[in-house]
Design a protein around this ligand. Structure first.
Ligand SMILES: N[C@@H](CCC(=O)N[C@@H](CS)C(=O)NCC(=O)O)C(=O)O
Length: 281
């Protein structure tokens, strides 16, 4: 258990020789209590942050992906943050499933009424991650990031926006070009306002194109199901692929016939993501 008294252990479960914990702590950044899940293998030698998608919480990946068995074997601690602040009672926060609650998009909102609490980027980078890294004695060279859908967007953009903070990156069915898709446009308009020039700073494909040299020498792994109903309109992996080609960034983009957007797909490819990170961290 964390030695930090401000971290509350909500539950703990033995799991593949390690411990699956659910925790809550008070965030100064969001001004709210925040929940997260942490899987601790018997001998943690690296840390993988996994960001979940729209409608999810810290429980979703933890309970559905089946990542703990191999993570335990590889010595990977797994950190699963929540997908937005909760409990702020911002008017309209639960009006739609793709904006507000469980739809934080891993950025800091600048627009009222979101800007006060919806600060997931600063919360993750300046608060949660340093806290967990310090507890485990693991630095950035031993930290990777991955995610699914909105969380894949989060993994790619946070790694690109914060060079040196993550030594490995991967994503499963990520939103690759949010400036050009309905989910991204709705979120960015609401959280960042009407000036679209500011949106590009949170768009993985545009951020990649702006690189002067390939940022991830170890390569990026992306898996995408071809029976994913969100593929064409929302996810657009071809935009990330083209951006990586343009800057010489190695990208392994694997397209899987028959797989949809859900956790059966994630469970089917998660082992290779864990191995990707374990090899680089
Ligand atoms: N709420 C939407 C879909 C939301 C959705 O597919 N969310 C994805 C992330 S974008 C997810 O992981 N959902 C949780 C789950 O499948 O357990 C719907 O019902 O059509």
């Amino acid at each position: 258990m964390s030695s930090d008294v401000s971290v509350e252990l909500l539950s703990e479960h033995s799991c593949f020789g390690g411990r699956q914990q659910f925790r809550r702590h008070q965030s100064a950044v969001t001004g709210l209590p925040m929940r997260y899940a942490l899987f601790l293998p018997p001998r943690p030698r690296a840390l993988l942050v996994f960001l979940a998608g729209l409608t999810c919480s810290e429980e979703t990946f933890t309970m559905k992906a089946g990542a703990q068995r191999l993570a335990s074997e590889l010595g990977l601690a797994l950190l699963m943050p929540d997908t937005s602040p909760r409990g702020a009672a911002v008017p309209g926060e639960s009006d739609s499933w793709d904006f507000g609650l469980a739809a934080g998009f891993y950025l800091d909102a600048t627009q009222p009424p979101w800007a006060t609490h919806w600060r997931m980027e600063s919360y993750l980078l300046n608060e949660l991650l340093p806290e967990v890294q310090a507890e485990l004695g693991l630095d950035a060279a031993r930290t990777g990031i991955s995610g699914h859908s909105m969380g894949g967007h989060g993994a790619l953009t946070l790694a690109l926006r914060h060079p040196g903070r993550f030594a490995a990156v991967s994503a499963i069915a990520p939103i690759c070009a949010p400036v050009d898709c309905p989910w991204g446009r709705k979120a960015f308009a609401g959280y960042l306002g009407p000036d679209e020039s500011l949106w590009a700073r949170h768009d993985a494909s545009r951020l990649m194109r702006a690189q002067t040299q390939p940022p991830f020498a170890g390569g990026i792994l992306v898996d995408q199901g071809l029976a994913d109903i969100f593929l064409l309109e929302q996810l657009q992996p071809e935009a990330l692929e083209a951006a990586c080609v343009a800057v010489g960034q190695p990208l392994q983009l694997r397209r899987h016939a028959g797989y949809d957007h859900g956790y059966y797909f994630i469970a089917s490819v998660i082992d290779e993501h864990l191995r990707h990170h374990a090899a680089l961290l």
